[in-house]
Design a protein around this ligand. Structure first.
Ligand SMILES: Cc1cc2nc3c(=O)[nH]c(=O)nc-3n(C[C@H](O)[C@H](O)[C@H](O)COP(=O)(O)OP(=O)(O)OC[C@H]3O[C@@H](n4cnc5c(N)ncnc54)[C@H](O)[C@@H]3O)c2cc1C
Length: 502
């Protein structure tokens, strides 16, 4: 490391962006013995990585675009990630109703056969056909839907997956800085001179790093504009996707994959016990990523899709919450937003053997771990560090459930902290896994957990989130570390804001 640098701080690897790809690379690099610093301009998972459909999946529909390599890689990752974080990732059945006039049965069967056999499936059951006129799948569905297919994928709490990677990176020595914006970088002998700004301080911070990773997601090209002498061929295409959340449309733990006459598919997924999550849309987007919002047209489109399938009519007035995110897709010049590739590319710029800058274009939550490993394979020859891939078997924080069995773990949680309501015990067990200890410690009654803000959120949990998970604002806590924003009343949320401002 260059000790002649006048920087405030120095590091081997400086990572821009605290979305899933940035934290995944930070964790991988820290575990290889490198000194790592990550700067996130807002909160962890503040952008695309908390606005996904929350699936760890191969992507059944990508088969229609012949993305076999991507689907295979994703299917292999699916079961790997399930084993690494069985608290926040769990299997889910997806019911695909057959609709005369849309995809024919033979086409669906071929797709599901490939999905079953492309690779990686060990624990999840294979696909099958199913009657939609009988329990459990008929619940909530219109009577004309008689036949369908069932396959399995996994559900993930996307924002928590980001935080768990950040925690693990930090425990392996990485410095994680949130509310810290990368401003600019200049090459200098042996590395980069970097300027950052914390949102709560006017003084810039200088950092010296031997290499930079640009994992700024939808901002990847904006970041490149602040770095001179970098020539990169890949381009990004921003495609907005939005979701709506409505009161539960159907009973059961399964989700639906709904075909639409425009050829697109939309998911309807059980969400937060009382709700159904519906999405997504695909809309070409040219605005500022942070300003992406759902439009009325998208709300109507999603309502129309579900109204073709479910008995209960959904109107915009039923919408309890919405979110929109911008996919930072690798631009393959496809005209149709839903057909742009979901694959990723890593571009390494080392202009004349000088300090490296690696930029991430595209990528899915599902492929983040493999992407991080590929990023390190590009950087290790320059930076040094342990070469062996290690993240494929290293459990994420809280994921070391005895026997990997969530139900047995939940049973133990309820026995050890019997004063918790059933829904709070479930929520905490899912969110924190074995780290629930750090939140509840040896409390024997609810009062020992301090102030109760509502819906089971206590001062003890808030304190854990602030000290161990970089939470700062009520939004961080209510919409990313948890989804309690859906369950707290307005006065309860206001009380939390007031408490945090003390
Ligand atoms: C609607 C939708 C549905 C999706 N569904 C799925 C799904 O079900 N399964 C799946 O696998 N994938 C899904 N994806 C894709 C997945 O969400 C994204 O590919 C992934 O989250 C991208 O992560 P990222 O880290 O590259 O970007 P981001 O999560 O956007 O992270 C980039 C971060 O960089 C920060 N940043 C930017 N500029 C700076 C700067 N100057 N200084 C410091 N920080 C900066 C930003 O604040 C941001 O937090 C979906 C995406 C969308 C939009």
């Amino acid at each position: 490391m260059d000790s002649s640098s006048s920087a405030d701080l120095s590091t081997d690897l400086f990572i821009i962006g605290g979305g899933i790809n940035g934290v995944g690379i930070a964790r991988d690099a820290a575990g290889r013995g490198l000194k790592v610093m990550l700067a996130e301009q807002a909160d962890l998972a503040a952008a695309t990585s908390s606005a996904s459909t929350k699936l760890i999946h191969g992507g059944l529909r990508y088969l229609e675009h012949f993305e076999f390599r991507l689907v295979r890689e994703s299917l292999i990752e699916r079961e790997r990630l399930l084993a690494l974080a069985p608290h926040i990732i769990f299997p889910m059945q997806f019911v695909l109703p057959h609709v005369p006039g849309l995809r024919p049965r033979w086409q669906i069967r071929v797709g599901l056969f490939l999905y079953d056999h492309l690779g990686g499936r060990k624990k999840l059951p294979g696909s099958r056909s199913a009657s939609l006129s009988r329990a459990p799948f008929q619940a909530g569905l219109q009577a004309h839907l008689k036949h369908g297919f069932v396959y399995s994928d996994c559900w993930v709490d996307d924002a928590r997956l980001v935080v768990l990677n950040a925690i693990d990176a930090a425990e392996r020595g990485a410095a994680i800085r949130t509310r810290c914006r990368f401003v600019s970088a200049k090459r200098q002998p042996g590395g980069w001179s970097i300027t950052c700004r914390h949102t709560d301080s006017s003084a810039p911070v200088s950092i010296f790093a031997r290499a930079i990773v640009n994992a700024a997601g939808p901002w990847v090209e904006q970041v490149l504009e602040e770095v001179p002498d970098v020539n990169i061929e890949a381009k990004i295409r921003l495609v907005k996707g939005s979701h709506i959340i409505v009161p539960k449309l159907f009973e059961g733990q399964h989700a639906f994959l709904l075909q639409n006459p425009d050829g697109r598919v939309v998911f309807a997924i059980p969400y937060e016990r009382q709700f159904t999550l519906i999405g997504t849309t695909d809309v070409m987007y040219e605005g500022a990523p942070e300003q992406a919002r759902i439009t009325q047209a998208e709300v109507l489109y999603l309502c129309e899709v579900v109204n073709r399938y479910f008995n209960r009519r959904t109107t915009p007035q039923d919408v309890k919450w919405t979110y929109a995110g911008v996919r930072p897709l690798l631009d393959d010049e496809h005209e149709d937003a839903s057909k742009v590739t979901r694959d990723y590319r890593l571009e390494l710029s080392t202009a004349n053997q000088q300090a490296p800058l690696l930029s991430v274009f595209g990528g899915k939550i599902t492929t983040y771990r493999g992407l991080a490993n590929s990023a390190m394979q590009k950087l290790l020859p320059i930076l040094g560090g342990r070469k062996e891939e290690w993240t494929g078997t290293a459990v994420l924080p809280g994921g070391d459930l005895p026997g990997g069995n969530f139900e047995a773990f939940l049973h133990d949680v309820k026995a050890r902290w019997p004063f918790l309501t059933s829904s709070t015990a479930y929520r905490l067990a899912r969110a924190y896994g074995t780290r629930i200890e750090c939140v509840l410690d040896d409390a024997r009654e609810m009062a020992k957990l301090g102030e109760h803000f509502g819906a089971g959120l206590t001062e003890a949990e808030v304190s854990y989130l602030r000290t161990r998970e970089w939470a700062r604002s009520a939004e961080d806590i209510l919409w990313r570390r948890t989804k309690l924003g859906l369950h707290l009343s307005n006065p309860e949320a206001a009380r939390l804001t007031e408490y945090l401002s003390r």
